[in-house]
Design a protein around this ligand. Sequence first.
Ligand code: CO
Length: 194
Amino acid sequence: MKLLEYGDSILRRKSKVVKPGDPDVAEGILEQMLVRMRSSDGIGLAAPQIGLLKRLVVIDIPSEPHSILKLINPKITWSSEEMKCCEEGCLSLPGIYEVVERPASVTVEYFNEDFEPCIIEKAQGILAVCLQHEIDHLNGVMFIDHLERSQKSKLSREFRKRQKEKAILEAAAEADVELMGEGPEAEEWCSSKA
Ligand code: CO
């Protein structure tokens, strides 16, 4: 399962509402998303990030017990007037972190995997941030969109530079592997970059 990165136009599109009996949900896409997310040390993942334009989100915040959530069609139905600043990162913008201001608390309505209506009332702290960040993804919004224009373009340039450097390193590693063959040394080098 490949994660799309900033610059991919799919991340800018609006995801579709999921209907009961959805084949991806029936085949366990939410569990697969959790596994993929954890393998990259993420705490939240939205379906557009794996190239699927459906309103599906998974969340697992290790510091918050009982925070493993599989959300279908999540919707913010209340936001606090109080705002809060929190540093955010995103699996689609690896290496980029910035402080974003958002409502301190939100209420989210959604459906669970069995398509039962559920509600998270007045979520706070990192869960409130994560819910807003992931629901943004369903609407084609990335966290850096919340920053001032100059800060956003600075980070966007920084990320593109990183992507370019990564591509050069990967090309070099591939050339190395070809030279060294499939020995253990070559394998080690590949996995240390992953
Ligand atoms: Co994200």
